[in-house]
Design a protein around this ligand. Structure first.
Ligand code: ADP
Ligand code: SF4
Length: 689
């Protein structure tokens, strides 16, 4: 069934004492579960094994209590008691013939040790470099500390072997991981034999790899995850220096795992980074070594993957987000089902799980991190229940996913959409600058629905309660979405703002539907996710002079969690948007708004010709309320249930909507268990007093 063009992706690759069954390599990636949710994380890795990956890694695993990257939830291998949880993960990874890898991390200057309270040890004494600017500094490792650290790596490697792992990945990329800190002049300012020349800065990693080889190298392969470019020129570990490093240490690890020097660069969202964005930095490195090379690039297209291999850029295809979105990516290529691949949209919602210390979720794959908690499989649905049919009202992400998943379960599904296009908000938002890849949320589901004989789609069907009552469907799922508010109610204002009707005012919906202000436009962003920043970009491109006013201290503040805040603010500043931070809007007058300082309350007028109001959204729940008001008529109409889901129930990011649609489909015809927790969880075992 496989297209022979893709055969090359399924060739085995030798990595030290092991052989990966194919070229698909799941690079280490966080998931927000880590040590808190070990079985959930293990089950997520098991699904990837089932999906056909040749190599599967854990997220970063902290090797010693003197360095922890708190508050982020990763794995720990501090003592033997940590081994069972990791063994569960290794066994899950190996369940379908994948090699099981563990990423050993010592965070050094990235570890504030908020939990263990140990004084952080770093290559050089300096303030801790974290997302949270913790007011903590690290002291420099002295020679005896370095000897200890080498020993701790060996102890961790032995524990990893006891847990059943085949590969060790030493972390030295993304700005995290002590190996990068030693290699980079920015974080290594030592004057002893570990600092100064590249030869000296490479000493520590050479020593650790030699130590680990001696201890476990006959049964474990060693990958070195090393920074491709720290993007601070000669001050840091540049791409040119990285190439010198590989050349000097040609066959140091069993595989070179190449990633960018900052996480924001490596995991850039599709808004700012194309597929295979790292190619120029990687090209040519393979010629400097005899060992295989793996790299990432949000690869979702098998043709791009093949090109990376055939053109000699990479030996293995490294993926994190593409396989979060579709754990079965290799299997689908192998079975000739390319069109079934659920492509990552590059929104980085998955990363927000790590950043907010909650379980990661995925816009495209609602089952991510629910494999164990809820028993959800990304490709299989639970068997159909007793009912026969469902009417889904609304063809946005929630309605599309509900219809798709219900159809897989075996229900007859009618999907009614008021407009002439499926996709709902995604159909509109994909036309905004940088968001075209987001359209994959709709594209994947529309194609899947087109393949199902038990789905009927009705366009131009703006349904009301009376017509729904006349149809005779057993279940009605209302997924009618939401509209942006005009009245300013959001975080700053819990009641509407005074607005002079003479001021031209636009909501994001109106702009996406084609309306455009002109002249000097004040965009008030009290939403704080991507919409305000994207619209500012769109307005500039449409010829407006834009002033962005937000009560937050940063533009698109929440996008800090999706690693794009910096890029967004940079772009807006470069486009000439006037950015006004820490200020709200208290009134909209004729030709101006009254803006207030969030700290002092002092007001001033800002002149403008129009206002774009990016406040909050309000669910389109009128149809649901009408149906509820006629609950007495349901039985005669053959209706067993009416539910409201997605943005119509409570507006949120797209991932919340696909999750709601999936959950609806999973739970239809299953009995409600009142007051019961709707998922499994692990509780810390009490110490035996
Ligand atoms: P969500 O993110 O929850 O899926 P969206 O706003 O993206 O919500 O999509 C909602 C979809 O529902 C839109 O395509 C809209 O046209 C459609 N819709 C809204 N009201 C009705 C209705 N009464 N009948 C049919 N479709 C509707
Ligand atoms: Fe891709 Fe977004 Fe899913 Fe992350 S959350 S894997 S970026 S689709």
């Amino acid at each position: 069934m496989r297209d022979p063009r893709y055969d090359i992706l399924f060739e085995p690759v030798r990595i030290g004492p092991h052989t990966a069954k194919n070229r698909f390599y799941q690079v280490p990636h966080c998931n927000g579960g880590g040590y808190r949710d070990p079985s959930a994380a293990a089950a997520m890795r098991a699904i990837k094994a089932e999906g056909g990956w040749g190599v599967i890694f854990t997220e970063q695993c902290e090797i010693h209590h003197s360095s922890e990257i708190t508050p982020f939830i990763e794995l720990r291998l501090w003592e033997d008691r940590d081994i069972p949880a990791l063994r569960r993960m290794a066994e899950a990874m190996k369940s379908h013939g994948a090699l099981a890898g563990i990423q050993l991390a010592y965070s050094g200057v990235n570890g504030p040790n908020l939990y263990t309270r140990e004084v952080p040890l770093a290559v050089s004494a300096m303030p801790i470099r974290t997302f949270t600017n913790d007011p903590v500094q690290a002291r420099a490792l002295d020679r005896s500390d370095i000897r200890n650290l080498r020993r701790w790596f060996v102890i961790a490697a032995k524990r990893a072997r006891a847990a059943g792992f085949d590969l060790i990945n030493l972390y030295g990329a993304h700005g995290f991981g002590i190996f990068q800190h030693f290699l980079s002049r920015a974080t290594n300012q030592r004057s002893d034999e570990y600092g100064g020349s590249l030869e000296n800065r490479s000493r520590f990693v050479r020593e650790v790899i030699a130590d680990i080889r001696e201890a476990v190298g006959d049964v474990m392969a060693i990958a070195l995850r090393v920074s491709l470019d720290e993007t601070i020129g000669d001050l840091g570990f540049s791409n040119a220096e990285m190439r010198d490093f590989v050349e000097m240490n040609r066959n140091l690890p069993d595989i070179w795992d190449l990633a960018r020097g900052t996480w924001e660069d490596c995991s850039g969202p599709s808004r700012f980074k194309e597929e295979a964005a790292q190619e120029a930095l990687v090209r040519g490195i393979r010629e400097l070594t005899d060992r295989p090379v793996v790299g990432v690039g949000r690869f979702t297209s098998p043709d791009v993957m093949v090109r990376q291999i055939k053109s000699g850029v990479l030996d293995m295809i490294g993926c994190a987000r593409p396989l979060i979105a579709d754990p079965f990516l290799p299997k689908k290529i192998e079975e000739g089902r390319i069109e079934d691949i659920r492509e990552c949209i590059g929104c980085n919602i998955c990363i927000s799980g790590d950043m907010t210390m909650s379980l990661s979720r995925c816009t495209q794959n609602p089952t991510f991190m629910e494999e164990w908690r809820k028993g959800w499989h990304p490709e299989l649905m639970n068997p159909k229940g007793e009912s026969a049919n469902v009417l889904v009202v609304g063809g946005g992400p929630a309605g599309l996913e509900a219809a798709r998943a219900l159809a897989v379960r075996g229900y007859d599904v009618a999907l009614a959409e008021a407009g002439r296009e499926l996709g709902g908000r995604v159909a509109r938002e994909r036309r905004l600058p940088g968001l075209s890849a987001w359209g994959r949320v709709a594209d994947y589901r529309i194609y899947q629905l087109s393949q199902k004989p038990n789905v009927e789609i009705y366009f131009d069907s703006n349904l009301d309660a009376a017509s729904i009552l006349s149809f005779g469907f057993e279940h009605v799922c209302i997924a009618t979405g939401a509209r942006w508010r005009r009245d300013g109610v959001s975080r700053q204002h819990v009641v509407p703002l005074p607005i002079d009707g003479a001021m031209p005012l636009f909501t994001p919906d109106e702009i996406m539907e084609g309306s455009l202000p002109s002249g000097r436009v004040l965009l008030y962003d009290d939403d704080h996710y991507y919409m305000g920043g994207v619209l500012a970009e769109h307005l500039v491109a449409s010829g407006c002079e834009v002033v962005l006013v937000t009560p937050a201290a940063r533009v698109s503040d929440w996008t800090f969690n999706t690693l794009e805040q910096h890029a967004i603010q940079k772009r807006l500043l470069e486009l000439g948007v006037e950015v006004v931070l820490n200020r709200g809007v208290v009134a909209i007058g004729r030709g101006h708004v009254v803006s207030d300082c969030v700290y002092t309350g002092a007001t001033r007028e800002i002149g403008c010709d129009a206002v774009v109001m990016v406040a909050s959204r309000i669910g389109n729940d009128a149809l649901y309320r009408d149906l509820r008001a006629r609950e007495g008529d349901w039985a005669d109409a053959g209706i067993k249930s009416v539910r409201i889901i997605g943005d119509a129930e409570a507006p949120g990011p797209i991932a919340w909507a696909t999750y709601a649609g999936h959950r609806y489909a999973r739970e239809l015809d299953t009995p409600d268990v009142d007051d019961a927790l709707p998922f499994r969880r692990e509780i810390t075992e009490l110490w035996d007093e």
